[in-house]
Design a protein around this ligand. Structure first.
Ligand code: AMP
Ligand code: ZN
Length: 112
C-alpha cells in the first residue's frame, strides 16, 4: 500500500520516533506548527476518523492511553492540543488516521 505513514511504521521512511508500543507509533511532525508537534498513529492502516469501527476502535483507545505519556515525555505539563483532520474540508493530507499533539506554547481557543 502506498501510504507514507505505513512506510514510517515499517521503517521504510525515516522518522524521529518518540513512542512505540504494540498498537501505537508516535513521531515528530516534519513541519512543526508549534514548539512540540508530534503525530500519533495506529499501527494498522485506518484512513481517517470515518473508518473507525467496532473492529479497530481499540487502536484509538490505545492511542489515547499513550497520549498522556507522550505529552509528559515531551514536557507538556502545562497542557496541549489534540487534532485529527478528516477528509478534504479538514485538509487531511495523509490518509492514515493520525492525531496531532501540539504544545510548548500558549495556544488560543480559536480552532479555525
Ligand atoms: P494532516 O494535514 O492532518 O493530514 O497532517 C499530516 C501531517 O503529516 C502534516 O503536519 C505533515 O507535516 C506531516 N508529515 C508528512 N510527511 C511526514 C513525514 N515523512 N514525517 C513526519 N511528518 C510528516
Ligand atoms: Zn497507512
Amino acid at each position: 500500500m502506498d501510504c507514507i505513514f505505513c512506510k514510517i511504521i515499517n521503517g521504510d521512511i525515516p522518522s524521529t520516533k518518540v513512542y512505540e508500543d504494540e498498537w501505537v507509533y508516535a513521531f515528530k511532525d516534519i513541519n512543526p506548527m508549534a514548539p512540540v508537534h508530534i503525530l500519533v498513529i495506529p499501527k494498522e492502516h485506518i484512513c481517517c476518523a470515518n473508518a473507525v469501527n467496532a473492529e479497530n476502535s481499540h487502536y484509538v483507545a490505545r492511542i489515547f492511553e499513550a497520549i498522556p505519556k507522550i505529552a509528559a515525555d515531551a514536557g507538556l505539563e502545562n497542557g496541549y492540543r489534540i487534532i485529527s483532520n478528516c477528509g478534504p474540508d479538514a485538509d487531511q493530507t495523509v490518509l492514515h488516521l493520525h492525531f496531532h499533539i501540539l504544545g510548548g506554547k500558549k495556544l488560543y481557543s480559536q480552532l479555525v
